[in-house]
Design a protein around this ligand. Sequence first.
Ligand code: KDG
Length: 320
Amino acid sequence: TADVVTLGESMVLMQPMSEGSLAYAPLFTRSIAGAESNVSIGLSRLGFKVRWISRLGADPFGDAILSTLAGEGIDVSLVARDDGYPTAIYFKEFKGYGDPNVYYYRKGSAVSRLTPRDIENSWLQGAKHLHVTGITPALGPETGDAVKELMKQARQLGMTISFDPNLRRKLWTEEEARAMLLSLIPLCDIFLPGIEEAEFLIGERSEEEYGSRFLELGAKSVILKLGERGSVGFVAERSPVKADPFPVSRIVDTVGAGDAFAAGFLSGFLENGDLAQGDHLLKALERANFMGSLATQYKGDWEGLPKRAELNRLLSGGRE
Ligand code: KDG
């Protein structure tokens, strides 16, 4: 059984050892990354049972992804391998300031061929929660419908569902992205947009308006990420709950911070349940802010995510 199921593409990640243009980077380190597997690692390290569903090429990079995730204690037994379509790769480029640039080599990857006909009810077997992102729908002609189908099946089974839009402008047009991402909101219980994604979806508004509009669209709760200003959560018929940011001294790599935030939030939600009760929402937001800021302190998407004991120690002010 699993507490959480997630579906998505993970890639081999090449990170240059030097700053500046990739054109002049001679040396790289190799890791793996993908929004949903980052969340899976975050949750697994906190003690949750996670099943990651995906497709990988029948190639050595696919092996690397599988063994890394299996090594993190994630159930990868249902991941399919595809002979004809490869595992995707991406490169980060560090400029010494701001968010790293990313370059994808993922067109025609194994996941890009996923269709709604591939979705199997058994993927969700025994699980309480499904986490999906807006990256998968951008990957292929039918991947959006596949995600929708999985969300519908999870709903029917009474599972809760979180959805992080994770807008990736390089992967599709603005119109395609907006239409698809908006269509998935009614299917989720926890909608996790960043403030810029919220603006992309419904135009410039106040934080309160973002909350109420996304609730009207059908999300059961809206968790708005405000970057260095922390986060604010909205649940129908309750006042918004704001959580202060967790101060950081230096930012090394922002990629993966949103996934760490999601893992932190979901861990709080899965531990405490109903976000409309007591201080459940605030607790989950605080955990999320903490995990998100921790992830910015390390190069790589997930390497810096804490295990349970470490989290407790860090939160109680202890040093490593
Ligand atoms: O959230 C981090 C991910 O975006 C990154 O690891 C790569 O999955 C990825 C993507 O599609 O951008």
